[in-house]
Design a protein around this ligand. Sequence first.
Ligand SMILES: [Fe+2]
Length: 213
Amino acid sequence: MECSAALKALLVEIIEAPEVYKKIVGMQMLVEGLAMGAFSHGYRYNRDPLARKLFQLVMTDEAFHHKFGKIWADRTIPQLSQAERDLVEDWTAHCAQKLLFDRGAPNQMAELFGAYDMDPERVMADIVQRRKERDPNRRYKSDTNVFRVLIKTLLKAGLITERTRSFYAMYVDLDELAGEGDRMVGDDIAEDGIRYLQEINFKDRARVAVAAE
Ligand SMILES: [Fe+2]
């Protein structure tokens, strides 16, 4: 199945951008951060043991891509001029908005509903109705919500200031985020996966070392 139109448009925009910061913020920090969240679900809720292992092993790789984005931001953002930092902050908000729309707009999932024999029009009408009925002040609260974790990453990287704060405040309580640690959704799953790979990869090495003695 193709990815949704909103996500595809953002990916094309990131690929076509000549600026390095756009690729690192858009891909490593945001898209790959989201991917870690999505794969965490694939790992946790899959009933097929092979599929679970596959999700975990992909995460061992993906975790480093996302971490690279964070390391880049930690070292780079504090060195930028005000004007440069503003540019990066605006691009960050632009990408975050596209991704939130991709996840939040029911029409982006229409094809998926159809694939499960559900009438997309009816599902979308129902989602819209349920949203009208829920508390308008509701925010992402769960510490496993991937958008909440991503916004925390951006905040700690200095990519959210007074200029874009109100945009993110629609989704999360920023004051609450500021005081929290920065463990990522899926970090534990990826770390377990790395230990599993180490056992396999270093098994022969131990044998070679013994043979050489
Ligand atoms: Fe990746």
